[in-house]
Each structure stands twice: as C-alpha cells, then as structure tokens.
Design a protein around this ligand. Structure first.
Ligand SMILES: [Zn+2]
Length: 275
C-alpha cells in the first residue's frame, strides 16, 4: 500500500497506528481497527516500520527512533542547545485532527541557528535545514518535525536518559558544553564567562563536565535574571519571567582551557573570549 494512498490518509493512518499501539493493541488488532475505520488494509511490516520510526509519512524519509539514534557530536550539540534555549513542543492541529511535534531554535545570532540546523539535519539524516529570518522579532529560526527528538528532549529534561549521548566520548561532551554555552552562556567585557539555567541540575552537571577539561568554576549560585523575555511557542506569545536562575562563573584562569576545548559558535561571544 503506502505510497499509492493519498498523503493525508497516510498521515491519518500513521497517527492512528502510533496511538493504537500505545493503547496496547497488537499488530493484528491495529490492522483490524484500521480496516474498520478506513477500509484500508495495512501490512504488518508497514506498521512495524511506523512504530519503530524507520519511516514516517510526514516526510517520506528515514527518521531514527530513539533506539536507532546514535551518539554523535551533532546530537550532543543539539541536546546542549535544547536543554538551554531550544524548544520542543506538541502542536495540535485541530483541522486535520492530529498532533505533530517540533524541535526548534529561535535566536539573534545567525551562525548559532545555522549550526543548530546543520546538526539537526545530520542527526535526522536529512537535507540541511536553512534558518528563516523573522523580521518582526529580528531573529533566525530553525524548526523541524521529529517525534523521536521530541521524546528525547521534552521537558522536564531527563538527564539520566541523555547522559549516554552527552558522555559518549570527550568530543561529545565538548559539543554538548558548546551547545549549552551558546544558548545559556555569556561573556562580559572583561572576558568573564557566566552560564545560566533555571534548572539547578543543569549548571551542577555542566560544572562537573567542565572539570574534565580542567575548567574550574564557582557556583551554582541563585541569581535572578529579572525581566527576561521568554517565547512560549505553545501559547504563541511572549512573557516576562521572574523564575529563579542558577549561575556558574568560569574562573578567569580557566578561560584558556574553555577557549581551547569548548569555545562558542556564536562569534560575538567567541571574539570577546579571544580578547
Ligand atoms: Zn562521542
């Protein structure tokens, strides 16, 4: 069957298969139910592909399921960015009656969003994803649909599950830290590096990872970053938050090691560090 059915119908079938499987139906049960609903008979192998995430009618390309997702520097970078600034959300499309999930990043620095798009494409084995410029907000955006990455990266962050990708090897650790620093780090005029996050576990973990590269830091210390504007894609609006923010400060004597082993993708941050 598959490619000869209209795409809309394939998407409906796909979503039903995933939902029915989740509710505990066997393959045979799913086949029967789809026949009842749509008068279409789907092969067992197709259902298996869909459930394992090998194929999806959304893009007709291979999407790795969580089990098939391999550790890589690109994945580690995506994780680092995502647990910082990036977002993952589920959007309900009431018209068509199915949900889809997005992974994305919206930021001012083009090279940052480009790098995120490059890494996403590599991880998902698809064509490069070009950032889109949103004039009204002066930001670049990269967005991609991926159930698999959504499962992995949705909040609350499941650190235990992420560790095997982050700590795969030294290069993966460095890529994760770079992603996190790109999204949650800043460098002031004197070259002091600060890393923020609202989830205490993250700066604590980051501090521990930095130590592996001989990068010493102080904190985490509670620090309010008042008046931070947050984008909430689910609500489609912005709001100001007064959440507690935890901060770690890289010791000045560790700046060279930070520059050498981690660094920033964002040029204005990296330049300040060089100075
Ligand atoms: Zn690795």
């Amino acid at each position: 069957m598959g490619r000869y059915l209209p795409r809309e119908l394939r998407i409906k079938l796909y979503n039903d298969v995933v939902a029915l499987r989740r509710s505990g139906l066997t393959y045979r049960g799913i086949i029967k139910e789809l026949w009842r609903r749509y008068g279409v008979r789907i092969s067992k192998s197709y259902i298996s592909y869909w459930i394992r995430g090998v194929h999806s009618p959304y893009d007709g390309r291979r999407i790795p399921s969580l089990e098939l997702l391999k550790p890589s520097e690109e994945l580690a970078y995506v994780i680092g960015v995502k647990v910082g600034d990036g977002y993952a959300y589920r959007r309900r499309r009431t018209i068509k009656g199915y949900n889809y999930v997005m992974i994305g990043l919206k930021a001012k620095d083009r090279e940052f969003v480009e790098e995120f798009g490059r890494c996403l494409a590599k991880v998902l084995d698809r064509r490069p994803i070009r950032p889109r410029y949103v004039k009204s907000s002066g930001r670049y955006v990269v967005e991609v649909r991926s159930q698999t990455l959504y499962e992995l990266l949705r909040k609350p962050v499941d650190l235990e599950r992420l560790k095997k990708y982050i700590e795969h090897c030294e290069r993966c650790v460095a890529a994760f830290l770079r992603g996190f620093a790109d999204s949650e780090g800043s460098v002031d005029k004197n070259g002091n590096i600060t890393i923020y996050n609202t989830d205490l576990r993250l700066p604590t973990y980051v501090k521990e990872l930095l130590r592996r590269f001989n990068i010493e830091s102080t904190g985490p210390i509670l620090n309010k970053r008042r008046g931070t504007v947050i984008n909430d894609p689910r609500m489609g609006k912005q709001y100001t938050h007064n959440k507690d923010v935890y901060v770690i400060y890289i010791r000045a004597r560790s700046n060279t090691n930070f520059y050498r082993h981690i660094g920033f993708t964002i040029r204005r941050k990296q330049r300040r560090l060089e100075e």
